[in-house]
Design a protein around this ligand. Structure first.
Ligand SMILES: Nc1ncnc2c1ncn2[C@@H]1O[C@H](COP(=O)(O)OP(=O)(O)OP(=O)(O)O)[C@@H](O)[C@H]1O
Ligand SMILES: [Mg+2]
Length: 252
């Protein structure tokens, strides 16, 4: 692959004695949607958390290997971890708006980046709410608590907050699993729009969703990468037996 934005090399992750990621090698293309597929428990969330250095928070974890982002090995860097996390926004399965109003939820992301003056905050909050496709629904109620939004709106608010941090990469762990089909489609469309400016890595269980939005696929099974490549090749011409069974629905 020419100039992958992320290159994962010989990555292993253990929780205690459990070998959760097994010698993983993955390349992630820039400005594309990469979808990570695989049955429950195969290590998808653990992989996303490793990229964001969130597994560091667990006691009993051992990680080895290399993860290059912009030619810097983020696992073996002396650099500030906060700086690495700022490059990658993580959107989780369950929206987690902060206990403050809609405006301040997005402004929070901007403040992390040192933008504090109201005059500067206001247009940027609007910009990121537009990017997350939420502006029209909230522009007249920016002072309302975020908790009053529907779950689908909360998820888009969290997306807006993540974008406000100005990341290069958006990590999304089953971002639509709590949403109805219409809200899911809204978010999916937004990812397709956002890839012009961001690299997106998305975990999903929904094969139809992967078919709709993926440019690139990584298929995992029990901690290993079984197959990866262009979405078109993956769906039309899978190479591995496990992939073929998975696509037939054998593991779901
Ligand atoms: N903090 C942790 N401590 C110990 N084991 C963990 C921890 N987090 C995950 N695991 C284990 O690592 C394995 C992979 O879990 P992970 O959450 O990455 O799977 P997943 O592919 O995201 O599954 P799902 O599709 O159900 O979300 C599982 O066996 C899980 O029990
Ligand atoms: Mg998971």
């Amino acid at each position: 692959m020419d100039n992958p934005i992320i290159s994962i090399q010989n990555l292993n992750l253990y929780f205690g004695k459990q070998h959760v990621l097994r010698n993983i090698n993955i390349e992630i293309p820039k400005n594309k949607v990469t979808v990570i597929l695989g049955p429950s428990g195969c290590g998808k969330t653990s992989l996303l958390k490793t990229l964001n250095r969130l597994n560091d928070l667990h006691d009993d974890v051992k990680i080895n290997g290399k993860v290059f982002l912009d030619n810097e090995d983020i696992l073996n860097t002396t650099a500030d971890i906060t700086r690495i996390r700022k490059k990658m926004g993580l959107l989780s399965q369950k929206p987690s708006p902060l206990p403050m109003n809609i405006f301040n939820n997005v402004a929070y992301g901007l403040r992390i980046n040192g933008i504090r003056r109201k005059k500067k905050l206001r247009p940027l909050v609007e910009k990121h709410l537009i990017e997350a496709n939420l502006w029209d629904e909230v522009k007249d109620r920016l002072k309302d608590p975020a908790s009053r939004l529907s779950i689908g709106q909360q998820q888009r608010l969290c997306l807006a907050r993540g974008l406000a941090v100005n990341p290069e990469i958006i990590l999304a762990d089953e971002p639509t699993s709590a949403l109805d089909p219409i809200s899911s489609t809204v978010i999916e469309k937004q990812f397709i729009e956002l890839k012009k400016h961001y690299t997106i890595i998305l975990v999903t269980h929904v094969l139809r969703q992967a078919r709709r939005i993926a440019d690139h696929i990584v298929f995992m099974y029990m901690g290993e990468v079984i197959e990866q490549g262009s979405a078109k090749e993956f769906f039309q011409n899978p190479q591995q037996e496990k992939t073929k069974s998975y696509l037939k629905g054998a593991f779901n």
